[in-house]
Design a protein around this ligand. Structure first.
Ligand code: PLP
Length: 226
């Protein structure tokens, strides 16, 4: 089995190749290492290999890692945000990529500790309009974005999506294209967005072809999850 450092290097090579194929600068694509369910030792190994941003989906699982590693890493919350977890998220994370309701955004803004940088926010969009999936409806993302942009302790950075799985590279691109179009529409309307968070281990090439600026990669860096 190869090491985290080796797998990380392979992911960087995939990002590079996908960017070049799309005529894009690889430096415009940021890598979030999704460390949910992984032990502190795995995060340390990735840090030692130069990785800095980590994504977590479960608050209870993340807090001990954040306590051990702290500001040596940048912490992104990417899981469903429950109302009773907003305080812990606002206190311990740098980013929340999975905001899909104004009520949650308001709580995060109110509960962000004074003196800390604003919490960096992406809105999660349910591009496939699947009722079983999290995310704001594409028709409502504009209104939510304008409301979130007004909250004092948040900084709206962009959009995120988790599309339905597909093995077919052409079908993989459809939801990513849709998210990019929504993102460009909001930019045209005057919102200063710079983050299009889309693409995971199985579909990062399709996401980069459609303009991703941040890919969220777990399995390809840390191996299969239990
Ligand atoms: C788990 C997870 C990922 C990483 O998925 P992999 O297929 O392991 O790369 C990315 N984004 C979100 C929101 C996740 O929950």
């Amino acid at each position: 089995m190869s090491s985290i450092a080796e797998r990380l290097a392979r992911v960087h090579a995939r990002i590079h190749a996908a960017a070049e194929a799309a005529g894009r600068d690889p430096a415009d694509i940021h890598l979030l290492a999704v460390s949910k369910t992984r032990p502190v030792a795995d995060v340390e190994a990735a840090l030692a290999a130069g990785q800095r941003a980590f994504g977590e989906s479960y608050v209870q699982d993340a807090l001990p890692k954040i306590a051990a590693i702290g500001a040596r890493a940048e912490w992104h919350f990417i899981g469903p945000v429950q109302s009773n977890k907003t305080r812990a998220i606002a206190e311990h994370f740098d980013w929340v990529q999975s905001v899909d309701r104004l009520k949650i955004a308001r709580r995060l803004s109110e509960q962000r500790p004074p003196g800390r940088a604003p919490l960096q926010i992406c809105l999660q969009v349910n591009v496939s309009r699947d009722p079983a999936k999290a995310g704001v409806d594409p028709d409502e993302v504009g209104a939510l974005a304008r409301a979130v942009a007004e909250l004092p302790n948040l900084r709206l950075r962009g959009l995120m999506t988790i599309p339905a799985r597909s093995e077919d590279p052409d079908r993989q691109r459809e939801p990513f294209r849709h998210l990019r179009e929504l993102y460009e529409t909001l930019q045209t309307q005057g919102l200063a967005l710079d983050t299009l968070s889309m693409g995971m281990s199985a579909d990062l090439e399709a996401a980069i072809a459609e303009g991703a600026t941040l890919v969220r990669i777990g399995t390809a860096i840390f191996g299969p999850r239990n």
